[in-house]
Design a protein around this ligand. Structure first.
Ligand code: FNR
Length: 378
């Protein structure tokens, strides 16, 4: 209602409220390299397109006269209370699109009480981002290095800075074939803007001939070696379990058997995700496998979802198909590019308001009322 009232008083939003127009707006603002880094996908882009097409194949059946005038979107995910079942997905090296990067994202998210999952590839340190997030919820995403000392050091810092939940990304043990980055020779890491977290880690620095500030390229190469190492396996999960006493979520799960293994390994949740189509070109749309994964493990561990969420209807569809909450990636990064902290807030508030309206207009008072019965296949 605030957005409508602003309109009546002649105040326009800072930039578009149309989630499908954000990408074009950001294209006009960013250099081709940074834009390609955010918007791009693996290979031909077929998985990124499939993510969107999967949402379009489901249609919502609104119900009438169900007294949904007062709604409550609040939920709890793995012990974290949040105003709505929405989180900001971990996105690395955000200073590529705005100098404030993850600090701006953390401030915007915290002002709304929404968790912004901090990436290991953050361009600001854990300590700085934690401070920026004030009393907002703190989740940390791990790119799992094969050097145990470095890994333990990063986890320790994440704990010490108040992060409660660990998201371990499994699908990026090496980077996918990303033509948009390769064509422009644009590796944000190598430009030295990123990865402040390992770069500031004493055990990591001890392995370098020269500090990252003097020789960022060698530091990046060493880091890439570490997180593309061969050492990680299901058998190694206890290493993380022993070093993290809060909830652990495995991100990048697309097969119900992998979700079952996660549950059996004592993990607390999974994120059904294909990394926004940035890893395996031709991979299945994340939404298409959500129902079977929710059916396989949803009664034992929490099932989160990302890849392709753009609108309130998309959130509703993912929740109806079994997700406890969704993560959103590119849209808020476009907001960051277009308006820094205010831009992230604008995008996020828009998504939450859209979800709230869509929930009400379809006859639901809370996310808990959603089920597959709300949807029909187009
Ligand atoms: C990502 N993603 C990601 N995931 C992760 O676990 N760690 C990371 O550092 C990054 N970095 C990253 C950078 C950029 C520019 C993008 C677009 C994405 C993946 C991200 O967390 C999420 O899975 C997808 O973005 C979800 O898809 P949508 O919402 O962008 O379609």
């Amino acid at each position: 209602s605030e957005i409508y009232l602003n309109g009546l008083e002649g105040r326009l939003p800072p930039f578009t409220t149309d989630p499908t127009a954000l990408e074009d707006a950001a294209r006009g603002r960013l250099e081709p390299g940074p834009f390609g880094y955010v918007a791009g996908a693996a290979g031909s882009g077929s998985t990124a397109r499939a993510n969107r097409e999967a949402f379009d194949r489901w249609r919502i059946v609104p119900r009438m006269l169900r007294d949904a005038t007062v709604r409550d979107l609040r939920t709890t995910v793995l012990g974290t209370g949040m105003p709505a079942p929405v989180l900001l997905a971990p996105v690395g090296v955000q200073s590529v699109v705005h100098p404030d990067g993850e600090l701006a994202t953390a401030r915007a998210a915290a002002s709304l009480g929404v968790p912004a999952v901090l990436s290991t590839a953050s361009s600001h340190t854990l300590e700085d981002v934690a401070e920026a997030s004030g009393d907002g919820p703190r989740w940390f995403q791990l790119y799992w290095p094969d050097d145990d000392e470095v890994c333990a050091g990063i986890l320790e810092r994440a704990r010490a800075t108040g992060h409660t939940t660990l998201v371990v990304t499994l699908d990026t043990w090496t980077l996918g074939w990303r033509p948009h980055d390769l064509d422009l020779s644009y590796l944000p890491f190598i430009r030295g803007v990123g990865t402040a977290i390992p770069f500031s880690d004493p055990a990591f620095r001890a392995q370098l001939a020269r500090p990252p500030e003097e020789d960022p390229v060698s530091a990046v190469l060493r880091w890439v070696q570490m997180f593309t190492g061969t050492d990680r396996s299901w058998e190694r999960l206890p290493f993380l379990r022993e070093r993290w006493d809060g909830p652990i979520v495995l991100k990048g799960v697309l097969h119900p058997d992998d979700a079952r293994r996660a549950a059996a390994a004592g993990m607390d949740g999974v994120v059904v995700s294909n990394h926004g189509g940035r890893q395996v070109d031709g991979a299945v749309a994340a939404l298409d496998v959500l129902p079977e994964i929710a059916a396989a493990v949803g009664d034992r561990i929490e099932v989160l979802f990302d890849s392709g969420v753009r609108t309130g209807s998309d959130v509703l569809k993912a929740l109806a198909l079994g997700a406890r909450a969704v993560l959103v990636g590119r849209p808020y990064v476009y907001g960051l590019a277009l308006g820094g902290e205010d831009g992230v807030r604008h995008v996020l508030r828009g998504l939450l308001a859209d979800l709230d309206l869509t929930l009400g207009l379809t006859g639901h008072r809370s996310p808990a009322e959603l089920s597959p019965e709300v949807l029909r296949q187009a």
